[in-house]
Design a protein around this ligand. Structure first.
Ligand SMILES: NC(=O)c1ccc[n+]([C@@H]2O[C@H](COP(=O)([O-])OP(=O)(O)OC[C@H]3O[C@@H](n4cnc5c(N)ncnc54)[C@H](O)[C@@H]3O)[C@@H](O)[C@H]2O)c1
Length: 364
């Protein structure tokens, strides 16, 4: 695994949980963790890795390693993934897959050429309630026509203007701001649940233009702080989304709603074990949103974890997703976002950015 901070911790935990909780015929070993500083030795001990290295090429070249998991900032995803796939490794990569659609296409092409399993870590697909929503949409419970998909991803860590400059605020490293970082999850969920958009109209804002650097001095913020968009769903419906890191009180709130010709679904990550379903076919005097606690054995991933009602959390979303990937590595079936999805998502993100610049509708 390359990168050992926030996402590195989440991924280390998830790989271990896949080994412990899922009944898969694979012997998972956490072989090597890679980071750039001496701290990586400590990280290896704490996170349970056998070895620590400082150069990602050592991971890619190690014949003992079958899967390379990339948890580094966005500008290094492409180079590391291309090298890993050329070496025949299966690859897991954090989102956003790339800095732009052209780079994402290169990665998806390389995955195809190498013929290796590849997973793009849109972990919110691994939420049991989201997986149940996917089943319900596919079963037609919302009706034949989807009218609306609307979503919001709101955080507040940048609302304080004193918050220092970090790599996520540098376009050269991050690609974009709220758009690629968190709107990417909305776009992936939309495509997963109701399909893609053909055209978008968007606007972006950078509220705080410069920030203090940790070592002294100031740096210009070169990405969006917030983005809002509307889009035309390929299926004929309307979509709209909003992503911001300036919503005081909202730490990591993702909510979405789908309205179809026969009913609606609503989900809020702050109450992530529940899915809300409205069936317009219910008798008129009993219509209302049902509140489904998605922890039954019959629910997606319900067999892997605790007895019904014993809820799961953020960390389990990664393990659920990785279990699908490991199942495929073991020769079985699994469903997860791939580098192709990364390219499809990135085309939408790029169109949103273009539209914010041109102030016109942009085709995806
Ligand atoms: N799936 C999610 O919801 C989610 C959440 C947070 C972050 N992410 C993604 O995960 C990635 C990492 O984000 P983070 O918040 O963990 O970042 P971070 O800055 O906390 O950690 C990045 C890690 O990468 C290491 N690193 C950087 N360049 C390296 C290199 N060349 N070689 C080896 N190690 C290197 C750093 O030492 C550090 O350990 C980003 O792409 C981000 O978008 C995804």
């Amino acid at each position: 695994m390359i990168g050992y901070r926030f996402m590195g911790k989440a991924h280390s935990n998830a790989w271990r949980q896949v080994g412990h909780f899922f009944d898969l015929p694979v012997d998972l070993r956490l072989r090597t963790v890679c980071g750039r500083s001496a701290e990586v030795e400590d990280a290896a001990k704490k996170l349970g890795w056998e070895r620590a290295v400082k150069d990602w090429r050592e991971v890619v070249e190690d014949p003992e390693i079958d899967v390379v998991d990339i948890c580094t900032p966005n500008d290094s995803h492409c180079e590391i993934a291309l090298a890993a796939m050329a070496a025949g490794k299966a690859v897991v990569c954090e989102k956003p897959l790339a800095l732009d659609a052209a780079q994402a296409r290169k990665m998806a092409d390389a995955a195809q050429t190498a013929g290796v399993p590849n997973l793009l870590c849109h972990n919110y697909r691994g939420i049991p309630a989201v997986a149940l929503a996917k089943q319900m949409v596919e079963e037609g419970l919302l009706g034949e026509t989807i009218y609306h998909f609307r979503a919001r991803y709101a955080q507040d860590w940048l609302a304080d203007p004193q918050f220092p400059f970090v790599w996520r605020l540098d376009a050269a490293v991050a690609g974009s701001g709220a758009n690629g970082d968190i709107n990417a999850h909305i776009i992936d969920l939309m495509r997963h649940l109701v399909g893609g958009v053909e055209e978008v109209s968007a606007t972006e804002r950078t509220f705080v233009k410069t920030r203090a650097k940790v070592g002294g001095g100031e740096a210009e913020v070169t990405v969006d702080d917030a983005v809002a968009w509307i889009g035309k769903l390929a299926g004929g419906g309307l979509a709209n989304g909003e992503a911001t890191r300036f919503a005081h009180g909202r730490k990591n709130q993702i909510s979405w709603e789908i309205n179809g010709s026969h009913g609606s679904l609503f989900f809020d990550f702050e109450d992530m074990n529940r899915l809300h379903f409205y069936d317009a076919g219910d008798p008129a005097n009993r219509r209302g949103f049902r509140d489904i606690l998605v922890t039954e054995r019959e629910h997606p991933y319900g067999n892997a974890w605790w007895p019904p009602g014993h809820i799961t959390g953020y960390e389990h979303t990664f393990a659920n997703l990785f279990s699908e990937f490991v199942s495929v590595l073991a020769g079985g079936r699994g469903s997860f976002p791939t580098f192709e999805d990364g390219w499809e998502n990135q085309k939408v993100l790029d169109a949103i950015r273009r539209s914010a610049q041109t102030r016109s509708w942009e085709k995806v």
